[in-house]
Design a protein around this ligand. Structure first.
Ligand code: AMP
Ligand code: GLY
Length: 419
């Protein structure tokens, strides 16, 4: 089969890497891809939101399946656009991708179906939102309704900080239309867990659980990023907790989407917090996580393309899905300054010195045969081992072998599993 993957990050590199192993794949393209993906797939200079160019390319190249990985084109309806043109596409249609695209939609859905989540109110005007905010206890969480490149959430530890975030979203509109509505919700305390599942509408098949590290510095300090590292499985979280979250949150949410006439087909990602009062939902995403994918797919034994086809055919219930009894740890190596501003185009050395890990490129470009930095998160180094300790040691040993000016990474990825 001829496959086109849409996207340009570490997640897409991991998806392309997994698809490469499928004997059914005869040709792989990625649009636009990056410097690492270029070694496995033919990268085409088409951007994620260029729907017409994507569909013309898919027709010309007789693509059998377009895999849409990122949130923006899913929310904007790329899957609908392609299906309307008889092109097979993997991912939710826009009316289901709204589960990530609108926090107000999702909070209301969870409330309606009594699915555990933080208590909240939503507002479409500044004054009532401000009055409500002032009546609440601190810390408090503010969320811009729409997509905001992962930056729309503020966990405020003072009323001043909360009021500033509200002004940013609703008055100064720093996220544009994404901030036309705001969710103000209760602060939850506990470990976070990412629980992703393949979903074909009715059938939910969970992947191995993983944990991301959003803040930029060790001990979860500093501003939030897209994710500085992940690991899987979570040996310190009892299996019963994971199974309960599947039965009380993930499966009921997929069922709710069917009842709402918005069947979800693709990868459904639940962001959860394990509180003393039980596991609660903090968000849903309509896609693979980044960098969760960089630890999940290396643990998948089954042909990923077979699973995609089962989702598309509605036969996920019968599809075998097997996982390795191993551990994976991914350390993100980032540009100096990230998540603030950073330089691009810096040469990366040491990629040929990597011994034991998989290197997934996130923000790189190929410049006259030289791999250079091209984003905030530059590389994801995934170590695999019999347990977290072994996987972690491999990932860190290889992260040290790579160098570029300003390089930084967290030193405590996966430590929560070991303490
Ligand atoms: P998101 O952009 O939705 O992934 O949220 C970013 C981060 O904000 C999450 O990974 C959590 O660490 C934190 N967060 C979101 N909602 C809450 C909440 N209700 N209580 C505590 N932390 C939260
Ligand atoms: N790792 C967080 C996300 O993909 O949204």
């Amino acid at each position: 089969m001829r496959i086109l993957v849409i996207g340009r990050g570490g997640r897409e590199h991991a998806i392309v890497w997994a698809l490469c192993k499928s004997p059914k794949v005869s040709k792989l393209y990625c649009a636009p891809g990056n410097g690492g993906i270029a070694a496995l797939a033919e990268c085409v200079p088409i951007q994620e939101l260029q729907f017409e160019e994507i569909s013309v390319f898919a027709k010309q190249q007789q693509i059998d399946l377009v895999m849409v990985a990122p949130d923006d084109p899913l929310a904007a309806g790329l899957v609908d656009y392609l299906e309307d043109r008889d092109i097979v596409a993997f991912g939710p249609r826009a009316n289901a991708a709204i589960i990530e695209g609108s926090k107000v939609f999702t909070k209301d859905l969870l409330k309606k179906y009594k699915i555990p989540t933080a208590a909240y109110e939503s507002f479409d005007a500044y004054e009532p939102a401000l009055a409500y905010l002032r009546s609440q206890s601190i810390p408090i969480v503010l969320k811009a309704d729409g997509l905001a490149a992962g930056k729309g959430v503020t966990v405020a530890h003072s009323l001043e900080e909360a009021e500033e975030a509200l002004r940013d979203i609703m008055v100064d509109q720093i996220f544009g239309d994404s901030g036309a509505k705001v969710v103000i919700e209760e602060f939850l305390q506990g470990q976070e867990m990412s629980l992703l599942a393949f979903v074909d509408g009715t059938t939910v098949r969970p992947m191995v659980p993983s944990q991301d590290h959003k803040p930029v510095y060790d001990n979860d300090e500093g501003p939030n990023t897209g994710g500085m590292g992940t690991y899987s499985p979570l040996p310190h979280i009892p299996e019963a907790v994971v199974l309960e979250a599947i039965e009380t949150i993930v499966r009921p949410t997929a069922e709710a989407m069917v009842k709402e006439g918005r069947p979800f087909k693709g990868v459904l990602y639940a962001g959860l917090i394990l509180t003393p009062q039980g596991t609660k939902t903090i968000e849903f995403n309509a896609r693979f996580g980044d960098p969760e994918t960089q630890v999940i797919l290396p643990l998948l034994k089954t042909d990923l393309l077979d699973i995609f086809l089962a989702v598309l055919n509605g036969t996920l219930a019968e599809q075998p899905i097997e996982w390795r009894e191993e551990a994976a740890v991914c350390v993100i190596v980032a540009s100096g300054g990230y998540p603030g501003s950073y330089a691009k185009g810096l040469p990366i050395a040491g990629l040929d010195q990597v011994k034991d890990s998989l290197v997934f490129h996130a923000g790189t470009a190929l410049n006259d045969g030289q791999i250079v930095t091209n984003g905030g998160r530059v590389l994801g180094i995934t170590g695999l081992g019999k347990d977290i300790v072994e996987a972690r040691n491999k990932a860190y040993a290889d992260a040290e072998r790579i160098s570029f000016e300003g390089k930084h990474y967290r030193k405590d990825i996966a430590m929560k599993a070991l303490r």
